[in-house]
Write a protein that binds this ligand. Structure first.
Ligand code: IMP
Length: 427
């Protein structure tokens, strides 16, 4: 397998950062293909904790080429801050390349994201308020400012002027806010452009060359399947395509060049933000999982909603991503629970639903049908081999394989690199 896609199979926060970091030790190229600094990957390496938002986790390996693809949205201020922070901690970022076709998050995107979330009140989406949605909206409206535009002062000025005229009208007339200052933004962003320039490239060419040279390439998904704009729990989704299909568009690579897709599955399930969540645990077990699993957002610090593993979600994720294997994370967090539950379908108005529904009105009323399994008492955070896991933990994993139809390639039993059980290497 030389070109591996790793995606989140739930609502994001599955622990992709840790899995990608682990796999990245063998990768020659690591690619982000969608999203922006709404994502947050926590990686623990060499006793240090790194919180990455935009830069691929592969950056911690000095020889790995790290690509931020055309399908991403870049907040220049944030990515430069991330570069500075890494450099300060002795991490070399000279192998980072940002696509000239990626779109730039501008201050009005962040402002509009915030205002819209506040305006919607209780009916809000619970976005990360990083300007992600408004930036992708401009991209689709074909008025966005791409990184290649940002680097050309004349073009940047022209596009910013046109955009700001409209955005300021919206800010003033619809939201009753102060307009934004054109010259201030222009000057500030021209400075960012100068600093970003050495990192900017036509990343599709770099990728093409890597494919031709048969290099090991890892595509790193951000967010998760159910946050996909097309296939997720719309409208409680992000504005990009975290599913495996998003790789082709967001990185500029043909589907024939993808060798394998691994889905990262947390041993339970969490979500941040709003939207129906059939297996949500609003009791002590939910709180226990949140505390033990440190289920607080990397980007926003928000407490994550926690629930039992949902096989309906897993089956759906396996189907729409073409999952060939699964990496199960945070299995250690479930240790000590006497009984574990897996949701194997829903009951909706007296009917059994086996496939994940499109309608949120249906999903909201779905009652999970649970299968109960015995838990394990042992602390498994030091287990290094699959065969040494407690019998009940293995049974739980085997059930995950059965319901998803994909084999388990890795099991993570703690945040550190060496707390990873490799069942079958995929890169
Ligand atoms: P946005 O991506 O900031 O527009 O937020 C849209 C939805 O996606 C909200 O429910 C967010 O909480 C969720 N979301 C965005 N990024 C992440 C992530 O990295 N992990 C989990 N949820 C996310």
């Amino acid at each position: 397998m030389t070109r591996l896609v790793v995606i989140g199979a739930q609502w994001g926060d599955e622990g992709k950062g840790k899995i990608v970091d682990f796999l990245a030790r063998k990768a020659e190229v690591v690619v982000r293909y969608q999203g922006g600094n709404n994502a947050g990957h926590t990686v623990e390496a060499g006793g240090n904790t790194y919180k990455l938002h935009l830069i691929p986790s592969g950056i911690l390996y000095p020889d790995t080429l790290c690509i931020v693809g055309n399908g991403t949205v870049i907040d220049p201020k944030v990515i430069l801050q991330e570069i500075d922070d890494l450099n300060k901690r002795g991490i070399n970022t000279s192998n980072l390349r940002i696509s000239d076709r990626s779109h730039t998050i501008m201050p009005y995107h962040v402002k509009i994201d915030e205002i819209e979330e506040d305006r919607k009140g209780e009916a809000n989406i619970g976005t990360t308020r990083r300007g992600i949605g408004p930036c992708y909206m401009d991209k689709m409206e074909r008025i966005g400012i791409r990184v290649c535009d940002l680097l050309e002062p004349g073009i940047f000025r022209e596009k910013l002027t046109t955009n700001l005229e409209m955005k300021n009208a919206v800010l003033e007339k619809i939201y009753g806010q102060q307009p934004m200052d054109m010259e201030k933004i222009y000057t500030e962003y021209c400075e960012y452009a100068k600093r970003l320039k050495p990192y900017v490239a036509d990343t599709t060419v770099l990728l093409h060359n890597a494919v031709k040279a048969d290099k090991k390439i890892l595509f790193e998904g951000a967010q998760g399947t159910l946050l996909d704009n097309d296939l997720g729990t719309y409208p409680f989704v992000t504005s990009s395509h975290p599913v495996s299909g998003g790789v082709c568009i967001g990185a500029g690579i043909g589907p024939t060049h993808i060798s394998h897709v691994t889905g990262v599955v947390k041993a339970y399930i969490t979500r941040v933000g709003k939207g129906p969540f059939p297996t949500e645990l609003l009791d002590d077990i939910g709180s226990l999982i949140r505390e033990k699993g440190n289920e607080y957002g990397t980007t926003t610090g928000r407490p994550r909603r926690c629930g039992w593993l949902d096989a309906t979600v897993l089956k759906y994720a396996a189907r729409i991503n073409g999952l060939g294997s699964i990496a199960v994370t945070k299995l250690d967090v479930l240790g000590g629970l006497k009984k574990l539950k897996i949701c194997i379908g829903y009951e909706h108005q007296g009917r059994i639903i086996e496939e994940f529904p499109a309608s949120l009105a249906v999903l909201e009323k779905c009652k999970p049908i649970y299968e109960e399994m015995d838990g394990w008492e042992e602390d498994i955070s030091g287990v290094k081999e699959y065969r040494l896991l407690p019998a009940n933990a293995k049974r739980y994993l085997e059930r995950i394989e059965e319901v998803s139809g994909a084999e388990i390639s890795m099991v993570s039993v703690g945040p550190a690199r060496d707390q990873t059980i490799v069942v079958k290497e995929r890169l």
